[in-house]
Design a protein around this ligand. Structure first.
Ligand code: RIB
Length: 311
């Protein structure tokens, strides 16, 4: 079983000709709501890979006792995800305010709400004992991520940590410990450089140098997603594996990284090596960019296999 410990948001999305600069107002015709949150997105991406049926993916998170929370829970259930460890809180459900421009790039502000009320004790031992993989991101407390990772390791589960988004300076303590408790770190180019800088690793603007040092000094396999360049996995011994991405014309890149992480978790849990797992994760991430919203374009397993066979 894949257990995702993380955020659940409602995304309010406006399409704009270009993303506003500070102090500027840009008009959009309308706002749409989509299901989001990095944790929930990764759980849905993994669940859409099927095999194992309902309950193969469990979400551990927190929502508000409000209409957004109820809708987010139902969406997770509709995707076959076990939501028994999602807690209702007095805080409002997390909400992301997203603008997407004409070339599919986005800018996101997250109002965390209930997500910051999530605690590692919300992850029951009974669930952890069934987990082969625990998936973490950075939209909930780092201290609770760290505790969840340590418990997962003890229980024999593999820990995948998606270091996104980069936390503010005052919320970074424990990062080195979390990295040491991680089996697979997933970052984009910018996040690779940020984590290296935070941990005082000299890498300049070279994200692969950063990844190599992170893997060597802290132990995890370090995967860097690099957009059109695909993804690179670097191990502690310096071995590098590359998976290419297929060219696409993106409509909305929101959730592409989450699709990568969810599909990667699914394929690693099924025993695939990191190279072929990344290849499938890259293809799924590309497909997810062809439809507006974080989750709408995430492929089912058969659609992904057809796409891989075509290319
Ligand atoms: O990674 C995309 C996600 O980031 C969005 O769904 C939004 O909710 C933010 O958490």
């Amino acid at each position: 079983m894949i257990v995702v410990f993380g955020s659940i948001n409602m995304d309010l999305v406006a399409r704009v000709p270009r993303i506003a600069r500070p102090g500027e107002t840009v008009l959009s015709l309308r706002a749409d709501s989509f299901f989001g949150g990095k944790g929930a997105n990764q759980a849905v991406a993994a669940a859409r890979m099927g095999q194992g049926g309902p309950g193969q993916v469990a979400m551990v998170g927190a929502v508000g006792n409000d209409p957004f929370g109820a809708a987010c829970l139902k969406n997770l259930e509709d995707n076959g995800i076990d939501v028994r460890a999602v807690r209702m809180t007095d805080e409002p459900t997390g909400c992301a305010f997203i603008t997407v421009d004409d070339i599919g790039e986005n800018a996101i502000t997250v109002a965390s709400g209930a997500n910051m009320a999530l605690r590692s004790m919300d992850l029951p031992d009974s669930l952890l004992s069934k987990a082969s993989v625990l998936v973490l991101q950075m939209e909930v407390s780092l201290a609770d991520n760290l505790d969840a990772a340590a418990r997962a390791r003890q229980a024999g589960a593999r820990v995948i940590w998606n270091f996104a988004p980069v936390p503010p300076a005052k919320e970074r303590s424990g990062m080195a410990d979390l990295l040491e408790a991680t089996d697979v770190l997933v970052v984009n180019e910018h996040e690779a450089l940020s984590i290296a800088e935070i941990l005082n690793i000299p890498a300049g603007a070279d994200y692969l140098k950063a990844a190599t040092a992170l893997a060597r000094d802290f132990g995890p396999t370090c995967i860097v997603t690099a957009g059109a360049q695909g993804a690179y996995a670097v191990s502690g011994d310096g071995t590098q594996v590359h998976a290419p991405a297929r060219p696409i014309a993106p409509v909305d890149t929101t959730g592409a990284g989450d699709t990568f992480v969810g599909v990667l978790a699914n394929r690693l849990a099924e025993g695939l090596e990191v190279g072929p797992a990344m290849e499938r994760a890259c293809a799924a991430a590309s497909l997810s960019c062809l439809t507006p919203g974080a989750q709408a374009g995430m492929p089912e397993r058969q659609a992904l296999e057809r796409y891989l066979a075509q290319a």
